[in-house]
Design a protein around this ligand. Structure first.
Ligand code: SF4
Length: 251
């Protein structure tokens, strides 16, 4: 089967709304396979603690993780705490992150959030969603990434990859990231929630790609509801490769 036009197919998936989500047994099976293939998934933004994760995520909006990592490898050795970041100052921070999109706004936000952490949270990153979302440059998605990545909370941040994957597969169809997040909260089995964010984002980024999804290498091809998927059953080779995350990414 050839790919249909992506936009049309995803529009159909989104239009399905919540009435065509995956069955619980299928969702359980999908996450069982994700776990078998990659038992300890990790995010790709380099960080050492909650503060450096928070800064990296703020910098990553509309930028690639690789681009952010390149900048923070030089930045974090000299500014890995709120106090050091404030001491560095907005102007010098800009020089470290100028290769990242929207760097002027991001520099302003990182300095402001660092100051707020010092003034209101004793220099620590708070573990509460409301306190995180009150920081400059921090929205719901960033708060979810920090709550999950730094504190192990079972939150699922819906970025462009997870939004696309949830709609295509029928796992959690929704018209907005918040709608998808809410459905994922409801359908992802509790035991898989701590790592669900990373499994989904890695699958969306490396396999269920926007323009040309690699359905022939997809672990959940038989469970996926997307009408335009290109094969219907996982090959033995794909299932064998499930135990090797590097092979899944084509590394
Ligand atoms: S089969 Fe896999 S890669 Fe293809 S559309 Fe479905 S989830 Fe994406």
């Amino acid at each position: 089967m050839r790919h249909r036009r992506r936009g049309a197919a995803e529009a159909v998936a989104a239009k399905r709304g919540g009435d065509d989500g995956g069955k619980p047994a299928e969702i359980e099976e999908a996450f069982r396979r994700f776990e078998a293939a990659n038992p300890h998934p990790r995010g790709e933004l380099e960080n050492a603690d909650p503060f450096t994760l928070l800064v990296a995520v703020v910098l990553s909006a509309q930028a690639t993780d690789a681009g952010v990592n390149k900048a923070t490898r030089a930045l974090f050795p000299i500014a890995d705490t709120p106090a050091k970041m404030v001491a560095l100052g907005e102007e010098r921070l800009r020089e470290y992150i100028r290769t990242i999109g929207l760097y002027r706004t991001k520099a302003k936000n990182v300095i402001a959030l660092s100051q707020k952490l010092i003034d209101e949270h004793g220099g620590e990153v708070p573990r509460e969603r409301a306190a995180l979302e009150a920081l400059p440059g921090v929205g719901r998605k960033t708060a979810n990434v920090v709550l999950n990545g730094a504190f192990g909370e079972p939150t699922i941040a819906v970025d462009t990859h997870i939004f696309r994957l949830a709609n295509r597969t029928g796992l959690a169809p929704g018209k907005t990231p918040f709608e998808v997040e809410t459905k994922l909260e409801q359908v992802v089995p509790k035991k898989y929630k701590p790592h669900a964010h990373h499994w989904l984002i890695l699958h969306g980024r490396y396999i269920c790609k926007a323009a040309k999804p690699l359905c022939d290498r997809c672990l959940i091809v038989d469970l996926c509801k997307w009408p335009a998927k290109t094969v219907v059953e996982p090959s033995a080779q794909v299932l064998d490769a499930a135990a090797d995350p590097q092979q899944r990414r084509g590394e």
